[in-house]
Design a binder for this molecule. Structure first.
Ligand SMILES: Nc1ncnc2c1ncn2[C@@H]1O[C@H](COP(=O)(O)OP(=O)(O)OP(=O)(O)O)[C@@H](O)[C@H]1O
Ligand SMILES: Nc1ccn([C@@H]2O[C@H](COP(=O)(O)O)[C@@H](O)[C@H]2O)c(=O)n1
Length: 221
């Protein structure tokens, strides 16, 4: 049986980096679900689809050809034959993604995709991170974690990794995306049975250690 570790949290809380490092330490796969929302937003923009008009967005779902690398050391994101790993991190995608992510049909389509990727895992487990993993995508996961950090710390960490963007612009993007996303999914409060890991006062390695320890305590991993 595949062990599923579900990790949710706000933007910049460390979901991707911590989940990937924890997956590596555990010998698990790693699934970044935000990448699919970003890749879908990227495809809408490429095709000139109005992301505020749900009809065209929904009609484009069946032809969305998506692939993601789930090996923590072999990460890639592809739409059709195009490698979009870097493109989906552009600010134009970060500022558009929430408008497609709020459409229920998009969420249902991508949730089904995530479940099929999880079901196809050949490793002993998979760490899946996003906003609604503990509540919608994998509510029965063996380990469910809400990874948080204060807004100030998240902004500081995010600013430190971007060059050429002012800390103020970074802070604005992060909190406006969280505000839009929070209207659709509650990723600020732990649902019943979900363990909160607050990394505000933890460094990166201690946060990964906290997640790995939790997984080992609750499973045979
Ligand atoms: N505990 C920590 N201490 C210090 N830095 C950290 C810690 N956790 C994560 N980071 C750093 O914070 C930054 C944001 O982390 P990451 O990109 O993983 O967040 P995220 O939650 O996936 O964000 P988003 O939802 O916007 O994609 C990265 O540079 C990461 O290395
Ligand atoms: N489970 C998820 C994951 C992501 N989203 C949306 O995608 C955006 C990008 O996610 P990142 O983790 O790469 O920052 C995010 O802002 C949400 O709009 C989602 O809805 N559900």
């Amino acid at each position: 049986m595949t062990i599923v570790v579900a990790v949710d949290g706000p933007a910049g809380s460390g979901k991707s980096s911590v989940s990937r490092a924890a997956a590596r330490a555990l010998g698990f796969d790693y699934l970044d679900t935000g990448a699919a929302y970003r890749a879908f937003a990227w495809r809408c923009l490429e095709e000139g689809i109005d992301t505020h008009g749900p009809r065209d967005v929904i009609e484009s779902l069946p032809s969305f050809e998506y692939a993601i690398g789930t090996d923590p050391d072999g990460y890639f994101v592809r739409v059709g034959s195009e490698d979009v790993t870097a493109d989906i991190r552009e600010p134009r995608i970060s500022s558009t993604v929430s408008s497609v992510a709020r459409i229920p049909e998009v969420r249902a389509h991508l949730t089904a995709l995530f479940r099929s990727i999880i079901a196809g895992t050949v490793k002993p487990g998979i760490v899946v991170e996003g906003r609604d993993i503990t509540t919608v995508v994998a509510p029965d996961a063996e380990v469910r974690i809400l990874l948080t950090a204060s807004e100030e710390v998240r902004m500081r960490r995010r600013s430190a990794e971007l060059s050429g963007e002012s800390a103020e612009a970074t802070a604005r993007e992060l909190s406006s995306r969280d505000a839009k996303d929070a209207k659709v999914v509650d990723f600020m409060n732990a649902a019943e049975g979900v363990v909160t890991v607050d990394s505000t006062d933890l460094d990166f390695d201690s946060t990964v250690h906290a997640v790995v320890t939790l997984v080992r305590e609750r499973t045979q991993a």
